[in-house]
Design a protein around this ligand. Sequence first.
Ligand code: PEP
Ligand code: MG
Length: 589
Amino acid sequence: MGISKAEQIILKGISGSPGICIGKAYIVDREGVNITKRYPVSDALVPNEIDRFKQAVLKAKNDHAKVIDSLDKDLGENLNILETHMVLFKDKMLYGKTIETISKDKINAEWALRKVSRKVKIMFQKIDDVYLQARVNDIVQVSDKIMSYLVGAQDIKISDINKRVIIVAHDLSPADASQIQLERVKGFVTDRGGKDSHTSIIAKALRIPSVLGLGIATINIKSDDFLIVDGSSGTLIINPDEDTLFKYEERMVKFEEYRAGLERDSHLPAVTKDGISLNLMANIELVEEVVAAKDYGAIGIGLFRTEFLYLDLKRFPTEDELLCKYKELVEFMSPQSVTIRTLDINGDKVNPYLTSIEEANPSLGLRAVRFCLENEDIFITQLKAIFRAAAFGNIKLLIPMISCVEEIIQVKQVMNKAILELEYEDKIFNKDIPLGVMIEVPSAVMIAENLAEHVDFFSIGTNDLIQYSMAIDRSNRMVAHLYQALNPAVLKMIKMTYDAAEKKCIDLVMCGEMAGDPMNIPVLVGLGLTNFSMNSASVPIVKRLIRNLDTKKAKNNVEKIMKLNCVQEIFDFILEEYKDILPFGEVDE
Ligand code: PEP
Ligand code: MG
């Protein structure tokens, strides 16, 4: 590949997942539909403009009809939503008013549509009816669809990209990222996104270098620009000069060698220098990742994020479809355990097909168990599939986002309903599986002892625990500097959870990304934790560190660490104390 004559630009972002890739940019412009301009249209051309609008509506409608036809008819609520959209395409408020605005204001169709849809949106939002307010989302989606045909920016399907490229996008949702075909896409960069956002978790699972939170990448990059993505340091280089390219080609080779070395050792046991055995498990999002998890030396699945099955299908799966996937997974891992976490949608894992609710603060809204308790039929379907799969292997059941004791009591009631249904239907299942809750909301930490009365284990979800305790949106790049796993407040909460689990004699795992960063391991081991689950690519790195770690030293050090005041002091202390065993310097200049 040749070097561009254009000037080299270096941008700093947030490391999404480590590794280096070099290649051509491929812009996925999802924002195109939102940057329309207003221009006047002469009297003579108004009919053309109206016709252009009608054509766009027709195409969008046909497209939508195809989607409906291709779907399972047994979709209940979801099919209703899609059928509502079908009606909205020709709705007087949107369709009729846009045509009227084109001819009255003598403006282009895009601007008229934008003006009308905004007005309708505001009008709906003002109505004091939750159902009608929720329809705002439908209007936005329908008008975006029409707009995409007007501006010629139909959605690029990530799964259809067929060149070896680096994706450049303003934003990629976790569902988008999970569509990436590894043999085609080398890496990706986005303007938005923060540390340990779900998009970065998917990138790590795919082992695809990525830099997020670049802010202005899409403004600076044109399609086919030559890029270097350094996911380890969070650097993006646009049109590199010859020296830079040479340096990064060397680094890329070194990184691959380093990774291969780690993987060679991945099957050695995770035993510390002083003989303490720790459990390293893997977090997965899709059943297909399970092979990689085993290859990386994970001894079980400590977190199966089930929501991605739902996001990919773009509808709610049936009990049998879920059973089929869960069974495949547990049979493959047997006799090792698989912790299946119930649906954790909304927050940043929202999918318009699954929910039509527009929330001002999605992360604080109807997410995870809150959504499941509101939508009992969906919850029961999943629980039944989990109990049925438990007849084929070693399953643990994990409930996300528990914030009070009432919720876990309610969950147990729904579990009983699922069990009764299975008994009535005479299905084969196993209800005697350990039940755990995620400790990922500060309130859950504070009432950990009470929660422990109702469950068999805790799983600390640091990704959200950091988000909610530091009050920072984990996908917002502007506050990424406050996303501090080693903040004294976070460490205190981990200790409180550990103490509660010890006192109540229940198991404790950490499944947040914090467990996958070698820098944090001496502290976590020092605090007494022995069970960790992480993205599978981190297992070999963490394992290597553990094999060089002395738990007595870690315990002594943690006492000093817990007295330090701020994250920088803690960071410096760890660097100094463990410089000989931390994996830095293996892949640097
Ligand atoms: C967490 O919050 O730490 C966690 C493991 O769950 P998720 O990243 O899916 O929110
Ligand atoms: Mg979470």
